[in-house]
Design a protein around this ligand. Structure first.
Ligand code: ARG
Length: 456
């Protein structure tokens, strides 16, 4: 700084300053600074008295921030400079010793890693809550039939529990992705200095242990340039937000009069200012719409990192806003999804009526033929002609007479009518992971087991 005689251009300052958004790193920066100061004293680089003063000053800064009394000054370019400036005001020149054997480059990488770890843990907690809501809902609607869809066309009936649990497993994978994010933040960057290491024999493992890192980044150049853990978090968040979007989208469809499968509570809906009969599932719509924003944050950071030479470049300051926005967006959406699903009401009759459409049993009739020795492809054709005949004659499949059946599918007999009794084809999906009740019960037990493990 001292080399510059001209004051900085205010426009440049506006571009360069990150304090407006990186101030939220303050709790991590303070924790890190305490650990660093302790290490400096432990290694004999500063005296015990200095450490006492630094700890006292950092504690006061922490309180000022916590109580919203911290005053940011115009020259505070970023959170790290703001804290050091205030520390020095409080404890005097000894405050200047804190930055011994440290650069803002390894400092900021460490703060961001700490934040990513904290919010990966946070996402895990919120996901677990959402997954618990899904399991509870599945248990309460375990045997409610509904149509399962492909191409948004009624395909085969399933139980509502089975449909809800499908999301459980998607969120389970998200949970695993956030677990990985915790691993990705496990190597401490601090101690790498500006890029090449520092001129003191510091004890990085000491700091790692103080801060809960499992180890240290082995290469100082990598340490200050690494933002992989931010990419990992954003990728996990993007996939998770996409799952929330898919879930939201179904709630929107199901809330329509055309489906009439569910109703979200008033607390998560709005009325129309013009049409008094309307209830809009806004929360679900916004869950649907937030995902691309998170995906965009991931793309932004890939753009920032693309082609970046080693090591620290100011570009890296642009890691923060995408990360923070993704954190806030995802955590809010996870909370909303859990609360909205907690108050949702499903309509048993509407779902059952949509699922009792007999044409939905076409695959089961084909399988009956297969059991009689007809190759599946041929069976498929035979059932196709049954369906066409029924549609042409304005009948349900079970309304075809025995004569009609003899003529179109001589391989079939009374078991055909038995099969078409409502519900029979749901309970026939007995394969592992299928929708038959026994399998859903297995699935529920597995899901409970996953939740118990996540609790530990
Ligand atoms: N505000 C900066 C950032 O977030 C801190 C690191 C600054 N380092 C530097 N050499 N200018 O990246």
């Amino acid at each position: 700084m001292a080399r510059f005689s001209d004051p900085q251009d205010p426009l440049f300052q506006a571009l360069n300053s990150s304090i407006a958004f990186d101030f939220r790193l303050a709790p991590y920066d303070l924790e890190q600074s305490v650990a660093h100061a302790r290490m400096l004293a432990h290694a004999g680089i500063i005296g015990e008295e200095d450490l006492g003063e630094l700890e006292r000053g950092l504690e006061q800064v922490r309180r000022e921030i916590e109580e919203d009394r911290f005053e940011v000054k115009p020259d505070d370019e970023d959170v790290h400079m703001a804290i050091e400036r205030r520390l020095t005001e409080i404890v005097g020149s000894v405050g200047g010793k804190l930055h011994t054997a440290r650069s803002r480059n390894d400092q900021v990488a460490t703060d961001v890693a700490m934040l990513v770890r904290a919010h990966s843990l946070g996402a895990r907690g919120l996901l677990t809550e959402l997954m618990t809501v899904l399991v509870d809902l599945a248990e309460r609607h375990v045997d409610w039939p509904m149509p399962g869809y492909t191409h948004l066309q009624r395909a085969q009936p399933v139980y509502l529990s089975h449909h809800l649990l499908a999301y459980f497993w998607k969120f389970r994978r998200d949970l695993q992705r956030f677990n990985f994010c915790m691993t990705a933040t496990d190597d401490l960057p601090l101690g790498a200095g500006a890029l090449a290491g520092v001129n003191f024999d510091t004890s990085r493992m000491f700091v790692a242990q103080e801060l809960g890192f499992g180890g240290i980044a082995e290469n100082s150049l990598d340490a200050v340039s690494n933002r992989d853990f931010v990419l990992d978090y954003l990728a996990a968040a993007a996939t998770c937000a996409t799952h929330l979007s898919q879930l939201g989208s179904e709630i929107v469809l199901w809330s329509s009069l055309e489906f009439g499968f569910c109703e979200v509570s008033d607390a998560f809906a709005s009325g129309s200012s013009l049409m008094p009969q309307k209830k809009n599932p806004d929360a679900a719509e916004l869950l649907r719409a937030k995902a691309p924003r998170v995906v965009g944050r991931l793309a932004s950071l890939h753009g920032v990192l693309h082609g970046l030479p080693l090591t620290y470049n100011k570009d890296l300051q642009e890691d923060k806003e995408p990360l923070f926005d993704a954190v806030d967006t995802l955590e809010l959406c996870l909370r909303v999804a859990a609360a909205m699903l907690g108050g949702i009401r499903f309509n048993r009759e509407r779902m059952a009526a949509a699922a009792s459409d007999e044409f939905i049993a076409a695959t089961d009739v084909a399988d009956l033929l297969v059991r009689r020795g007809v190759p599946f492809r041929a069976a498929h054709g035979i059932v196709g002609s049954l369906v066409r005949a029924a549609v042409d004659r304005g009948k349900q499949l079970s309304e075809l007479t025995e004569e009609e059946l003899r003529e179109l599918a001589p391989q079939l007999d009374g078991e055909y009518y038995e099969l078409l009794r409502q519900g029979a084809w749901l309970e026939s999906k007995v394969s592992e992971g299928g929708t038959a009740l026994v399998r859903v019960q297995d699935q529920l037990a597995q899901a409970r087991h996953v939740l118990d493990e996540a609790d530990e």
